[in-house]
Each structure stands twice: as structure tokens, then as C-alpha cells.
Design a binder for this molecule. Structure first.
Ligand SMILES: Nc1ncnc2c1ncn2[C@@H]1O[C@H](COP(=O)(O)OP(=O)(O)O)[C@@H](O)[C@H]1O
Ligand SMILES: CC(=O)N[C@@H](CCC(=O)OP(=O)(O)O)C(=O)O
Length: 288
């Protein structure tokens, strides 16, 4: 090891200090999905990052997806998989599978991993503590896509209680007043939770470098943009990026100070975004 290495380590800590001060006591909602959820090594690093956030006094709330897992189970059962504008067309069988996979498997895997890394976590879905009230929604083009829900109301009571001692981990399913269950896009759930909690920041981990001006060009990341500008461009945005950017708009217009889309393929992207000067991915901010 070079003699300067310890000094470098201290410099890294000192670089983090103003950020640790800024985020201390603040609620940060993390939408967990994409590559960071699929790769075993990244899964462990994600859990360590979230645990570290809790240890330095941040209030992390995890909202997770699991679209690839749902698709894998549907494939095993020979069921057709279809998306419209980034939303999964969900008949009664699909919503049942989404619920089983997200609540029963993915949620518990995350809870277990956070616990192993040193912070107890509690898993929830929209039904727990009446966290979400959902309603059926159509695709942006008006097409009927089945039991896909939008979130009408978030009751944060259960979250604020649990977050005092545990890291809440939320699966994106919920029910309406009549007890019908819905498959809810996890980006939308994260945006709604961030807004309802009055979070300081919402972070979307994904499998691209950020919002790309040209989806075919990985180097065309838009580094910073206002929510109003995103709203103007939303009708032209395709695929999985659309619900993500719609969730950023929802959060920012609801009072969240910043929304970031970061590359979950980069190890420790959460910590790099939060605690270093290197801005990563796309940051959506309120109008200046
Ligand atoms: N303009 C764009 N910039 C970046 N990604 C885009 C864009 N348009 C469509 N996409 C797609 O959105 C995907 C990310 O959304 P999604 O697959 O739902 O990820 P996650 O599982 O992280 O929620 C990217 O992998 C990319 O294929
Ligand atoms: C309605 C809808 O599209 N629901 C999503 C829920 C999971 C999700 O959002 O997962 P990712 O964040 O990994 O994409 C789905 O069925 O895939």
C-alpha cells in the first residue's frame, strides 16, 4: 500500500462530511430495480449502502420493483407477457403472480439481506397498515390494461412508525376499496411514497446511465433537467423510462427537493450520488 493511501481515505471521508450533514435526519426514498436487483454482487452492495445510510442518520425507505422476476415466473407458466408504455398488461392471473413474486419473494429477499448487513428491515405492501389505496387505471393511450393500479392515496402512518426503528421495504401492489388487488408500477409507487412523506430526495436505481436524449446513445445522458421540462417531453418518452420520469414529476411537484435516476450497474451508485461531488445520472429538480 502506498504511504498516501490512508490520507486519501480520510479525504474521501472529509468529502462526504458536508453531504452527511445535509442528509442527516432526512427521508430518502430509494426505488430499487434494474441491474442492481439482478446481479448477486450488486445486491449485496446495495444492501450495505442502504444500511450505511441508516447508520449515518438518514431515513431510507425502499420501494422495489421486480419486473424481470415476474416475467420469469410468467414464462415458466406459459403466460403471455405484454407491456404498454412501460406498464405490464395484467389480467387476473398476472396480478396474482405479481403479488406472489413481489410480496412473497422479492420483498423478503431484500428484508433478509438488509438484516444480514446490520439493520433490521420490515417488508410491507400497499395492503399493510392501509399504506396504499389503489384504483384501476388505463395506459396513457387510454387502452385497457387490466388490473393495473394507480395510487389514489398513501397513508404514511404505518411508515413513520416502522421507520423509527426499521428500514421499511415496500412492494408495489395494493387494493381498492372493494378489495380488488392491483399491480402497480414500482416507479409510480416510489414517486407517490416520496411525495406523501415529504421526502427530501427520491432515487431511482435502474439499468441505464440515466435519461438518454437518444436511447441508442449511452453517452447522451441528460444530467440535469427541471420537472416542467420533463413534463413537456413526457408524451414522446417510451418504455420503462416513461413511468420513471412521470414519478419524478409527481415527486417534485409534490415538494420533494430532488429526484435522481442513477445507474444501478455501477457499484455503490447510491453512495456515490449521495456523498461525493461526482453527480451521477439524471437529476430532476424544481423550476429554478
Ligand atoms: N430515453 C431513454 N433513456 C433511457 N432509457 C430509456 C429511454 N427510453 C426507453 N428507455 C428504456 O427504459 C429502461 C429502464 O426502465 P425499466 O426497464 O423499467 O427499468 P427498471 O427495472 O430499472 O425500472 C431502459 O433499460 C431503456 O431500455
Ligand atoms: C403495472 C406494472 O408494470 N407493474 C410492474 C411492477 C414491478 C415493477 O415495476 O418492476 P421494475 O421496477 O423492476 O420494472 C410489473 O409488473 O413489472
Amino acid at each position: 500500500m502506498s504511504p498516501t493511501a490512508p490520507i486519501r481515505d480520510v479525504a474521501t471521508l472529509l468529502e462526504a462530511l458536508p453531504y452527511i450533514r445535509e442528509f442527516h435526519g432526512k427521508t430518502v426514498v430509494i426505488k430499487y430495480g434494474g441491474a442492481a436487483m439482478v446481479d448477486p454482487a450488486l445486491r449485496e452492495e446495495f444492501a450495505r449502502d442502504v444500511v450505511l445510510m441508516k447508520y449515518v442518520g438518514i431515513n431510507p425507505i425502499v420501494v422495489h420493483g421486480g419486473g424481470p422476476d415476474i416475467t420469469a415466473y410468467m414464462d415458466r407458466l406459459g403466460l403471455p407477457v405484454e407491456f404498454v408504455s412501460g406498464l405490464r398488461v395484467s389480467d387476473a392471473d398476472t396480478v396474482e403472480i405479481a403479488k406472489m413474486v413481489l410480496v412473497g419473494k422479492v420483498n423478503k429477499d431484500i428484508v433478509l439481506r438488509l438484516g444480514r448487513h446490520g439493520q433490521p428491515a420490515v417488508g410491507l405492501c400497499g395492503d399493510d397498515g392501509m399504506l396504499f389505496r389503489a384504483a384501476r387505471k388505463a395506459a396513457p393511450n387510454g387502452e385497457d390494461i387490466g388490473f393495473v393500479g394507480s395510487i389514489e392515496r398513501v397513508d404514511t402512518d404505518v411508515l413513520t412508525h416502522i421507520a423509527q426503528d426499521y428500514i421499511p421495504v415496500i412492494a408495489s401492489v395494493g387494493a381498492d376499496r372493494d378489495g380488488n388487488s392491483y399491480n402497480i408500477n414500482a416507479d409510480e409507487a416510489a414517486g407517490a411514497v416520496a411525495r406523501a412523506l415529504g421526502a427530501y430526495k427520491v432515487m431511482f436505481l435502474t439499468d441505464v446511465r440515466g435519461w438518454l436524449r437518444d436511447p441508442a446513445d449511452q453517452d447522451s445522458v441528460i444530467n440535469e433537467v427541471t420537472a416542467d421540462e420533463v413534463e413537456r417531453q413526457l408524451p414522446e418518452i417510451a418504455g420503462g423510462m416513461r413511468p420513471k420520469l412521470a414519478a419524478c414529476i409527481e415527486a417534485i411537484h409534490g415538494g420533494v427537493s430532488s429526484a435522481v435516476i442513477v445507474d444501478g450497474r455501477v457499484p455503490h451508485s447510491l453512495l456515490l450520488e449521495l456523498f461525493t461531488d461526482a453527480g451521477l445520472g439524471t437529476m430532476v429538480k424544481p423550476a429554478i
